[in-house]
Ligand binder design. Structure first.
Ligand code: G3I
Length: 454
């Protein structure tokens, strides 16, 4: 077996999937995973992965030299978003001159540790470099599209999700687009950005990201919902919606948050909680956010907007999970307990209608070849290439206590033991991959049981 490593980031059809072994068997026995169980994961990222999600954080390149910071980052999180380093002013300070150093540093730090990366953000009215702020009309539209194309091309293969457009709607009751130089180039600027991003990186999932879109009854939430619905109806390439969820400084966690998540998901897009922080970090609100995400199958993960309170853009409000000394706060315990008690890929909310299950394969044989990928202390990647079919179904078995914690470029389903995965083609190509947690067994390797075309 040979081939280059292929980490789990940067694939259009990346799907994080839970192995059902522990949860499935406990569910059959009528048991519940209790906090403090020997089986309970001890970090946010590991627990989220067991539930088919990620748990991430915003990262500042300038803090990567702080070992107290990186110790928590590397231990707790399996997804990162660059807090400022992928914004337009950071990447293209002068027109036509791109500076990728700090962004690349964050991406490399993350990928070297098997963390997925969210790109933030390709097009935004804010944090534009001076040259762009002074532009308008066709020149600005072209400059924006060129930025999207150049940046998405630079990071192609490394970014799991892009915030293609950020914060394009007004607050308040109007439900209107936010006035900005980009908006004044024409109402189609958002879809133009999405199309350019898809063309530049067909494997990245493309998201619209905004704040104050958490309360289902708010005009802004409804306006974003209608835009996503319209994009889906017209075939504009959008895969996901990010709810920033800054429950701090004037916007509280709404009791209908789960309705908002499931309503967007029912449009056929994934939902992500992208910038979570909550003023004074109340345990109840943090717990509720986690439970709401776990209840919605298409809620793919949660990113908190910084690690320690001292790292926060609102450090005075102490809104994060670790205090300035890097100690876990009560909110951390509430989040971990909620994750460990939560559901896996079998959601408590039924999958949305209009998202039909894949019919069983009907055809003949194909060939599936396994290639080992990158490996880390506690996990390793495997990619599988199928030949002899364009649509296919490959059955892979793993040896417990090993567990598959993430998959990409295919649609996985699991048997009741959680040890046998059936991966179906999802149109993204003939190679899929997955990450396996060794859980103490570092020698066993996955086995291909069958490859069926059709
Ligand atoms: O790096 C410079 C430093 O050299 C200079 O001395 C200092 C004083 O002006 O500024 C520093 O840059 C600051 C940068 O953060 C890094 O700390 C900028 O002024 C400051 O504006 C910037 O704030 C960021 C803010 O976005 C800008 O809009 C925050 O860190 C960042 O957390 C925040 O993130 C946004 C998301 O992108 C979108 N959603 C809302 C969220 C919170 O505002």
């Amino acid at each position: 077996m040979k081939g280059s490593p292929r980490p789990p980031t940067g694939s259009r059809r990346l799907r994080v999937a839970l192995v059902l072994s522990a949860v499935g068997m406990l569910a059959m026995a009528g048991a519940v995973v209790l906090p403090g169980d020997a089986s309970a994961a001890s970090t946010l990222g590991a627990s989220a992965a067991e539930r088919g999600r990620y748990f991430g954080t915003a990262v500042a390149a300038g803090r990567l030299n702080d070992s107290a910071y990186t110790t928590i980052l590397n231990r707790e999180f399996n997804q990162v978003t660059a807090e400022n380093e992928m914004k337009i002013d950071a990447l293209q300070p002068q027109q036509g001159q791109f500076t990728y150093g700090n962004a690349d540093r964050i991406v490399q730090h993350a990928r070297a540790r098997g963390m997925q990366v969210r790109g933030h953000t390709l097009a935004w009215h804010s944090q534009q470099p001076g040259w762009m702020q002074n532009m308008s009309g066709t020149a600005l539209r072209n400059a924006m599209l060129n930025h999207v194309t150049q940046v998405a091309t630079h990071f192609r293969g490394q970014i799991a999700w892009w915030d293609v457009v950020n914060e394009a709607f007004q607050d308040g009751s109007s439900g209107a687009r936010r006035d900005s130089n980009l908006q004044r180039t024409g109402n189609d600027w958002i879809e133009a950005a999405f199309r350019a991003a898809r063309q530049a990186d067909p494997n990245a999932q493309l998201c619209y990201n905004d704040y104050n879109t958490d309360n289902w009854n708010d005009a802004k939430t409804q306006a974003v919902y209608r835009m996503v619905q319209d994009f889906k109806n017209r075939g504009v390439p959008i895969d996901c919606v990010g709810l920033q969820s800054h429950f701090t400084g004037g916007s509280n966690y709404p009791s209908n948050y789960r309705t908002t998540l499931s309503s967007f998901a029912a449009l056929g897009v994934d939902v992500h909680i992208t910038e979570l922080d909550i003023r004074n970090a109340p345990t109840d609100a943090y717990r509720n956010v986690v439970n709401d995400c776990l209840a919605v199958a298409r809620c793919k993960g949660i990113t908190v907007w910084g690690i320690r309170d001292s790292d926060s853009w609102r450090s005075g409000e102490s809104p994060l999970l670790f205090n300035g000394s890097g100690q876990k706060k009560p909110a951390y315990d509430a989040v971990l307990t909620a994750l460990n008690s939560g559901t896996g890929p079998n959601p408590t909310t039924p999958p949305p209608t209009g998202n039909p299950t894949t019919p069983p394969p009907t055809g003949g044989q194909c060939t599936a070849t396994m290639t080992p990928g990158q490996s880390w202390g506690d996990r390793y990647n495997t990619s599988v290439t199928v030949s002899g079919a364009t649509t296919w179904s490959v059955v892979v078995a793993i040896t417990p206590p090993q567990k598959i914690s993430a998959t990409w470029s295919g649609s996985p389903t699991w048997d009741s033991s959680g040890n046998v995965m059936t991966m179906r083609s999802d149109g993204s190509g003939n190679t899929f991959g997955f990450t396996t947690m060794t859980n103490g067994n570092s020698t066993a390797r996955p086995q291909i049981r069958s490859c069926t075309s059709g």
